[in-house]
Design a protein around this ligand. Sequence first.
Ligand SMILES: Cc1cc2nc3c(=O)[nH]c(=O)nc-3n(C[C@H](O)[C@H](O)[C@H](O)COP(=O)(O)OP(=O)(O)OC[C@H]3O[C@@H](n4cnc5c(N)ncnc54)[C@H](O)[C@@H]3O)c2cc1C
Length: 435
Amino acid sequence: MTAVPSGFQTGFPVRPDLVVEAAGADDVRDAVARAASGGLRVAVHATGHGLAGPVEGGVLIDTRRMDSVRIDPVRRTAAIGAGTTWGQVVEAAAPHGLAPLNGSAPGVGAVSYTLGGGLGILGREFGYAADHVRSLDVVTGDGVLRHVTPKDEPELFWGLRGGGHRLGVVTGLETGLVPVERLYGGSLAFDGDGEAGAEVLRRYPEWTRTLPDALTSSVAALVYPDVPQVPEPMRGRYVISVRVAYTGSAAEGERLVAPLRAIGPVLADSLREMPYTDSPSIHNDPPFPHAYYGEGLMLSGLDPQRAVRVLELTGREAPMMTVVQLNHLGGALATGPAAGNAVPYRGAGFLLRLLSPLNGTDVAAVRALYEEAAEVLAPLAVGRSLNFSFGGGDRTDGFHDLRTRERLAGLVSRYDPASLFGGAYGSGGISPDGR
Ligand SMILES: Cc1cc2nc3c(=O)[nH]c(=O)nc-3n(C[C@H](O)[C@H](O)[C@H](O)COP(=O)(O)OP(=O)(O)OC[C@H]3O[C@@H](n4cnc5c(N)ncnc54)[C@H](O)[C@@H]3O)c2cc1C
């Protein structure tokens, strides 16, 4: 076994028996065939943002060289290779006045993000990234390269959009783009140690009820480390910020955020008109590789008292640094395409995410804290978020409701009978009836 760099997530060792640096679909097909004949498991890496845990043995297919992007401005589509990042797609689409359904960080791999659903910064207006996929090319566990469209492989087409990463290695996909060139967006940061911080959480659920679908927002809460690398006024402070992306006019955006501004003095205010290519500045996710553990809970609604209790558990008094993020869902995220796909929990109103850096921190201690937070939220929790689960290893319960899981299991037994890609998602879960 050889140790290889794990990419963005540095928390887990990656020691496969064999690494294949794929340059195209044929390399992927050969690698899968080789794994199948040797009875080896297959792992896939693009950027390493979503590494679920250690990789020990097996064949690792590295797709970073497959980083092509081709825009068709007439059909408003992007053809994306398996190793392409969202930043590359955003930059390629912008000259045509178009944008993809990308997420907060430009370095994340577009294909894996989309297979897991893909909750983007314009989600409430346009839905999940998976809802916009037109076709995919995938090497399944039987070593066959398939072109998957609604007509040719309808069941596989359903499952690959939101079903996750266990149906094969996707070598590329074609996805729809939306006509968005600019935004009103940014963030409003409040002092979490003062009254304003908790007040933001108390008022946020009510505020979201007043919003048009063209405004997608989230709240983030974290204690910034007291180190020179963190700029003032955030350094050492507990900060609660609301992040906004709105495709309407700046004047209307200002009117919509006025009730938030009225909560109290802001530490920082970056809300402004911006070209879509500047949208990574809204969330300012750290761009450097590091070790982290994370969980996401899909919630039917939000009870401000429970949200404030989660902040008490994860704020200044928490045993380790924990970033809490709360995404407002609904709008087009609740509907999806007419024929459906495997994206679960359309009825969820919010997604609560917890993320902790693992610099010498014991994973068991992080898990214990997250379980405490999950208990507080239990009456509202309908499932777990596949894309926002970091370091959970083979734990897959709750990623899909029972009906979706059964249908995905049928696809796995048909297309990956030897479980090269990890087998079907586990049973159990928070909401087996798929509330
Ligand atoms: C900083 C940060 C910001 C994020 N922001 C968002 C966001 O806004 N919205 C959102 O929905 N998600 C977000 N995510 C989650 C992200 O979408 C997932 O972690 C995704 O799986 C990352 O894909 P990757 O290719 O970058 O990572 P990788 O670690 O390379 O891939 C993750 C996993 O996907 C599978 N995989 C990769 N490529 C393929 C392939 N070609 N075919 C089949 N399976 C494959 C493998 O199992 C692999 O282990 C974020 C993650 C981070 C760390």
